[in-house]
Write a protein that binds this ligand. Sequence first.
Ligand SMILES: C[S@@+](CC[C@H](N)C(=O)[O-])C[C@H]1O[C@@H](n2cnc3c(N)ncnc32)[C@H](O)[C@@H]1O
Length: 494
Amino acid sequence: MGQTSILQEPLSLTGDVLALRVWRMPDMVIYQHASDEWWLTPLDDHLPLVRLNPMGIELLNSLDGNVTVAWLLEKYGPWVCGPDGETGRWHLERWSLPRYSLCYFGSEPPTGQHRSNAKWDLLLQHIREGWSGSQGFEGAEHLAEFHRHDITTQEGHFDQIETTVSHLFREPSEALQGLTYGRILAKHLRRLGWWSPKPRCIVEVGGGLGYVARELAAELSPAEKDGVRYLFLDITSPFIPSQLKLAREAGWRSSGTQGNAEWLPLRDATVDLVIDNENLADMTPVQLTKQEVDAGKGATPLHQEALDWIRRIRLPLGQDLPDEFLFNLGPIRFVSELWRVLKPGGRAILIEFGIDNGWPAPVKLPGHTEYEVQYTHLRQAARWLGFQEQYLTLPQFFALRPDTRLLCTGAAYTIQRFCAAQGKPFAIRAYTEAELRTALGPMLPKLLGCHYHEVIDPAWFGLWDFKVLLLQKPGAAPRPTFQETKGFRWYSQR
Ligand SMILES: C[S@@+](CC[C@H](N)C(=O)[O-])C[C@H]1O[C@@H](n2cnc3c(N)ncnc32)[C@H](O)[C@@H]1O
């Protein structure tokens, strides 16, 4: 029996279970559909919405940690608790299961001292493991296979399978001073002097649906775009038509090709600028053993390649090497490819979530597992190759106002399900309270429990974990000291 089918079995409300106390999931968003009907969303969106009548909402409201399963069963078990006829017992048999995650049964409160001890997180972890059917590392080939073969459509991919910071900010947002992610990126690249003189050949690697390209174009003047070639390179072919459509509509002279960033199908020294947004965590991970490191001999050619990189770039692995650990081989291959394809003076911007210390951890998403980027390792590789590098967090790079409050992303998913059940569109994106009011109109007061986090609060999207690595290949011919604005060149005197 697979893990998913185990998780689908209703819980048997007998024995020790009856003595457990019951807590309702915090931060739950509830929709009051009618005067006597409320809706809830199970965590797994393959399950139908849970619909409750007044008895059902009373059951939900009584889950305050002071009541036991036995007490609830006696009080609500036999009664019909929803318009679909499910009884209180039916709900109690399911709500604490990971796929529902609507409440927690236990002898202690569901939160530990530290956030990572929270039992709510354990429920989430179960469901995440259920998505992939496996724990931890999923093998070196898994990510390339997933992108090449399992993604058959771009439809809903960045809403349902994986969302990205740039996707959440693809429309103008109050949190970005009324700009989009791509526009603010273009402003900062211009501020760094990366548009004077302008790059002639830009390659965007892993461009998703093409919003970053569209919004970069919106920020740049026609003169800044004139004569520039914009090439998309993506391993997932169903994304490329959308990239080309948005880029061409926005005024880029663009082309697209399917390829793996770890082996760029580009000639040496031909590219001025590479943009790689939220893609490094998708590149090949390798699980090495301490034994392999000690022996200097990899169990497979891939492991040997990783060990060779570790030796070549003189990566200090520390004394307390675990028996098994993950290493970001793909991102290092990519940076070495960047060194090859960039012209002297060429630049690259790499943005992704990651860590500075320790070993990369797997991050479970529906259908695939991504891996944190270990930036200390990647930066060492970049410097060893010869790059000049700068490194900072995404909120620092964008100079984000830290206190803007945004709707919890989990709440946005819940609202999307409520809207979908009524045939209404609702986009997954970052919403301030005012923006949500505009998007939902009269539906907003019927939503109970909408909650907001400051943009840099880890509970929002973990933006502090997103890092910006700026790379420059030295050796450019001396550049004229001018800035180009709206087609005019402003020369500075030295
Ligand atoms: C998480 S998405 C980010 C998309 C987009 N840049 C954004 O900000 O929304 C990762 C993108 O990289 C592509 N990708 C993943 N692995 C890749 C690889 N090894 N080589 C090239 N593209 C890859 C995916 O198809 C997808 O377009």
